[in-house]
Design a protein around this ligand. Structure first.
Ligand code: GLV
Ligand code: GLV
Length: 322
């Protein structure tokens, strides 16, 4: 049954379970987000709801579901699309999908970092469109990882996994900041705990790896960028909301920092006429960090298992502590 559900889910972002003795579910059988009205209609009377991160799960959805709803399972590690207060108030348990996506996200973060620092997107464009006149000494030069200092904003499993992958590139030093030191994680990568200020000043590469919460909203702003080196690269594979995009645009367009690689933006999708798209030193990806076949399968299986465990009143494999 689990297998069937997870397979179904791969092609269907959300389904609904009205009873849990005999599981019946309603599924949105498309890779596109379920229209809001459809969700509001179909969620009525459900005991459980499995969603993806394009669905805002707020008072409106929870009211539409009614008092039966006991379990919410999101197929994501991020939870900024969930109104936690509203869920807590109603006593709804929440499952999410940490850990299974760590490898895929770390891998993509490294790919994005290298694409940005070594200007791969610009370079392939030049090669294809006639810009490759000859080999030139300083043409398309970027910044290398060897001997660099890498800063991690928000050290969790993903930050550690990124550092482990970057180490073979001969990074000299890992530094991190967080609300408090994380000695166990830091020890795994010999990372030094520093202030936000020092992180900005010392990092050659600065990667945002934190959850989006009221505390991290917009923390990558003018204040941060103004302290960074003009040769430094900023990478974000967490959530677009941690960045003030106007400040980032200014920092990139004035050469305040050397480049930025973003897998996440506000809004998503970022409109194609957005100023950030005009910048050669900004690489933008459409939120694909966890998008490997292995990982999306593991996420869907975990999300289904979280949901079923929650409906049975058992501990979920991965429950978000409220
Ligand atoms: C992806 O962004 C996730 O939160 O899983
Ligand atoms: C580069 O291709 C070199 O030969 O230095």
């Amino acid at each position: 049954l689990y297998f069937t559900l997870s397979l179904f889910f791969l092609f269907s972002p959300s389904f609904f379970i009205p009873t849990f003795l005999r599981v019946q579910f309603e599924l949105w059988d498309s890779d596109d987000p379920v229209p809001r009205q459809e969700l509001l209609k179909k969620v009525r009377g459900c005991d459980g709801l499995l969603c993806v991160l394009t669905e805002k799960i707020d008072a409106e959805v929870l009211d539409a579901a009614g008092p039966n709803l006991k379990v919410l399972s999101t197929m994501s590690v991020g939870f900024d699309h969930l109104s936690l207060d509203e869920l807590k108030k109603r006593g709804i348990r929440i499952g999410y999908t940490p850990e299974v996506l760590t490898d895929a996200v770390a891998e993509l973060t490294v790919a994005l970092l290298l694409a940005t620092s070594r200007r791969l997107i610009e370079a392939t464009h030049e090669a294809k469109t006639g810009g490759w006149g000859t080999w030139r000494t300083l043409w398309l030069c970027g910044h290398e990882l060897a001997d660099s200092t890498v800063g991690i904003l928000g050290l969790g499993r993903i930050g550690v996994a990124i550092a482990e992958r970057l180490k073979p590139f001969k990074v000299k030093k890992f530094i991190y900041t967080d609300v408090e030191p994380r000695p166990e994680l830091a020890e795994m990568i010999q990372a030094e705990y520093v202030s936000m200020d020092e992180l900005a000043r010392r990092s050659d590469f600065l990667a945002a790896c934190c959850a989006l919460t009221p505390e991290t909203q917009g923390i990558c702003n003018k204040k941060l960028f103004s302290k960074m080196k003009s040769t430094s690269i900023f990478i974000n594979t967490s959530r677009g909301g941690v960045v003030n995009q106007e400040d980032l645009y200014e920092a990139l367009s004035t050469g305040r920092i050397a480049g930025a690689g973003l897998d996440v933006t506000v809004p998503e999708p970022l409109p194609t006429n957005h100023p950030l798209f005009t910048l050669k030193n900004c690489v933008i990806l459409p939120h694909i960090a966890s998008a490997s076949y292995t990982t999306r399968n593991a996420m869907s299986a975990l999300a289904a298992n979280n949901l079923l465990a929650g409906l049975r009143g058992e501990p979920m494999p991965k429950e978000l502590p409220l």
